[in-house]
Structures are given as C-alpha cells and as structure tokens.
Design a protein around this ligand. Structure first.
Ligand code: PGA
Length: 249
C-alpha cells in the first residue's frame, strides 16, 4: 500500500503548549503528498478542532464512540454527533478502554460498525500484554481480536483501519523491535484475507520522530498511531515528515 497514515492520540492529556496553539499551528501545515494526517482529540476539543482545522491538511476525530445510535445513554457520544462535528476518524477499542473500562470484542465491533455507518473511519486497536507475549500467546490474542471483528462485520472491513499496539510498548518509550512489529503486521495481513490489501494497518506504541521512518518502511506497516509523540507539534510533524519519506516504499 503506497499511502501512509499518521494518527495522533492525545488521550486525556492536553496538547502543548495549549490546545488552541497546537491546532492553530497544525492548521498551517503543508499537505504531505500521499500522507493522511489526523488527530484524535478529547471530546470537548472536537468542536475547536473543527473550527481551527477546517480546510487544513489535517483531519480530526475522537477517541471513543457509542455503539448506540441515540437515546438515554448519559455520558456517551454518538457517531452521528461526531460526524456532525466533522470527525472523519475515531479510535475504537484502544487497550486503555479494553483494560480499564472492560470493553469487549463485541462492543468494539459494534462501535466500529456504528462509526462506519456514520461515515467515520474507525481505527480498531488490537494488541497483547507483555505477559501474553512472554507466554508465546501474542498471535493468538491478537488473532482472536481480529477474528471477532471479521465475524462481527461479516468479513467486510471496508472503511476500517486496524492499529496493532502491543500494550507493553504503549507509553514506555520502548517500541516493538522492527522484526516483532513486522512479524505481527504480516500475521494480521494474512488473517485479513480478502480485506488485506484495502485495510490500512497502523503500528502504535512509543512511536517517535526517531523511529517512525524505520517502522513505516517495514512491510505491512502503513502508518502509525502516536500517543505521547503527538502532544507537541514539532515531534508530531516530524513523524508526518517521516511518513512522507516512506510513501511508496
Ligand atoms: P504512545 O501511545 O505513543 O504514547 O506509546 C500510543 C497509543 O496508546 O495510542
């Protein structure tokens, strides 16, 4: 796949130096040929992102979405509401949501389906714990997460991206080794079967300006999901520059 994807994930952390300054500076960024850049902001900033990024080279989105369409679900945000706020991406099933909030594969699939129906690209996150990798279960854990998605969506992954984020690499400053990342991406690509060529596969977990180009030049890594490295524009756009160098590689 020739294109590259860079997605920022601020989590529940404010961009620096301030959110408006980050967005204003991002709005000045040039278009990078062949690179799709987006940022998943905390829900209260979606509207600000829409105001400040409209017409820029950056797309914006959210970090979670309800599996319900509408109704008495206090605290939830619907896919339609996100679409009305111009969101074109949404993270779904991030490991922090699976682990801390008990999200199940079925809920993750329902959220992805709801987002896609609203015209928003879900970025479905999968990944294994350190203990699972040590026990030789990394492929079976990730494979089960992908299988649940494939079954729940009847094999149709159009409009969906997948992010492989080994949980032990998130926020640790130690990304997966290139051979580990490449092996898991190859495994996922193979498992996707017919959807394999059209489903962007992103890597996430301690992506930085230093390691982004190496990761994105590996086979089957189409882009990156960036947490800590997206909080400052300098590092985030250095990662976007790295992605531009990897287009077509
Ligand atoms: P990190 O987070 O880049 O800070 O490791 C990635 C993520 O959780 O999406």
């Amino acid at each position: 796949m020739a294109r590259r994807w860079v997605v920022g994930n601020w989590k529940m952390v404010r961009a620096q130096p301030t959110v408006p300054e980050w967005l204003q500076s991002a709005a000045q960024q040039p278009t990078r040929a062949g690179v799709d850049v987006s940022v998943a902001v905390p829900a209260p900033y979606v509207f600000l992102a829409q105001q400040l990024l409209q017409g820029s080279s950056l797309a914006w989105g959210a970090q979670d979405v309800s599996w319900d369409e509408e109704g008495a679900h206090t605290g939830e945000v619907s896919a339609t509401m996100l679409a009305e706020s111009g969101c074109s991406i949404v993270l779904v099933g991030h490991s922090e949501r699976r682990l801390r909030f008990g999200e199940t594969d079925a809920q993750v699939t329902a959220k992805a389906s709801r987002a896609r129906a609203a015209g928003i690209r879900p970025i479905v996150c999968v990944g294994e714990l350190a203990a699972e990798r040590r026990a030789g279960k990394a492929e079976s854990v990730v494979g089960a997460q992908i299988e649940a998605l494939l079954v729940g969506l009847h094999g149709d992954l159009s409009g969906i991206s997948i992010a492989y984020e080994p949980i032990w690499a998130i926020g640790t400053g130690v990304a997966a080794a290139p051979e580990e990342a490449a092996a898991m991406h190859g495994f996922i690509r193979h498992q996707l079967g017919g959807s394999a060529t059209s489903t962007p596969l992103l890597y996430g977990g301690s992506v930085s300006a230093e390691n982004a180009a190496q990761l994105m030049s590996l086979p089957d890594i189409d882009g990156v999901l960036v947490g800590g490295g997206s909080l400052r524009t300098e590092s985030f756009f250095a990662i976007c520059d790295a992605a531009a160098r990897c287009v077509g590689v």
